[in-house]
Design a binder for this molecule. Structure first.
Ligand SMILES: [Zn+2]
Length: 331
């Protein structure tokens, strides 16, 4: 057990405390910073008296499409309590978002989904745009960003996905025909070639980083689809002719999202009221999707985090609530 305040390993046991639901927590004292803490310090359950099983069941209900108020009525809590529980887990989103295991081959699909936020504004002026990236084989949900559909949103979403993927040896990056994805990525992942490395067919010396290929699928007016490889690839990147350029898995993922996340469901009063609220529910959905929910398409009960190699067993929501992020999983 490391100290959550100063990461020192010099900690000593310092008594126990029991909670009303019978859980006994070990207390510790750090010799480095002389602060006290227990098993739950730094986890979503820190200093919460409600049993973790109740919080876990409530959050599972939320992630299957229940609204905040309906969940509150089910668990005899107020809707603001449910929001606070959700907030506690959402705040751990970074601790549950480790980069991809290095050296892997990944295929990222990017797409955007729209939902209403607050007033019913026309989509162009609404904050209800969310852009998602998922990894194709493992269905790992890499990033999600909510806001106005503008340059900044594409930059932030792309940056989060690139941070995740950049350690991989081979990256395929496929999106729909929205050019702003490629533009944001170009700023992050293009390199200058030395002139002597420049094959004559390159007019420019700037190319994608080695091992990265980027393509867009553009829907034509007659429903005809056409694939555009965006910008020149690095001369040493072997473009695989078999790479299927599509974001089908991401689109299937969007359908699941509309079913599971109440903020996306239509013709109801369940839409998100603010952008921050939407981002919070999405962060929780993403954590549960990656670490807790086995994905049917992956064969025997396997979560996307297991498929991508970040973890080797299933986690429960309750366990997730009592951990300080993926680094504290005992495999
Ligand atoms: Zn300490």
């Amino acid at each position: 057990m490391d100290c959550p305040h100063c990461q020192s390993q010099q900690v000593v046991k310092n008594g126990r405390e029991s909670l009303s639901d019978g859980t006994v927590l070990q207390r510790y004292r750090c010799k480095g910073c002389s602060k006290c803490f227990n098993d739950r310090t730094g986890t979503p359950m820190a200093r919460l008296r409600t049993p973790s099983s109740v919080v876990a069941t409530a959050l599972n209900g939320r992630s299957e499409g229940l609204g905040v108020r309906a969940t509150g009525r089910l668990f005899g809590a107020s809707h603001s309590t449910i929001l606070r529980w959700e907030e506690r887990l959402a705040r751990q989103a970074d601790a549950w978002s480790p980069p991809a295991p290095s050296g892997r081959e990944v295929t990222l699909e990017g797409d955007e989904v729209y939902t209403r936020v607050g007033e019913n504004l026309p989509p162009a002026s609404s904050e209800g745009w969310t852009i998602h990236f998922i990894e194709r084989q493992s269905r790992y949900w890499v990033s999600v960003m909510a806001g106005h559909k503008d340059e900044l949103l594409f930059q932030r979403g792309t940056q989060q996905a690139w941070q995740w993927a950049k350690g991989c040896s081979f990256i395929r990056w496929f999106t729909d025909g929205e050019p702003r994805y490629a533009k944001a990525l170009w700023d992050l992942a293009s390199v200058y070639l030395a002139l002597r490395e420049c094959p004559s067919r390159y007019r420019t010396r700037k190319v994608w980083r080695h091992g990265l290929e980027v393509a867009m699928k553009i829907k034509g007016s007659q429903g005809l689809r056409r694939v555009v490889w965006v910008r020149p690839e690095h001369p040493y990147t072997a473009i695989s002719p078999l790479a299927e350029v599509h974001a089908n898995h991401n689109e299937a993922h969007n359908a699941a999202l509309r079913r599971r996340c109440s903020a996306y469901r239509r013709r109801q009063n369940l839409y998100a009221k603010t952008r921050d609220g939407l981002q919070r529910t999405l962060d929780v959905q993403r954590i549960l999707h990656n670490w807790v929910r086995p994905h049917g398409g992956l064969g025997k009960p396997t979560t996307p985090a297991m498929a991508i190699g970040l973890c080797n067993r299933l986690l429960s929501t309750q366990e997730l609530l009592c951990l300080r992020g993926f680094q504290s999983i005992s495999c």
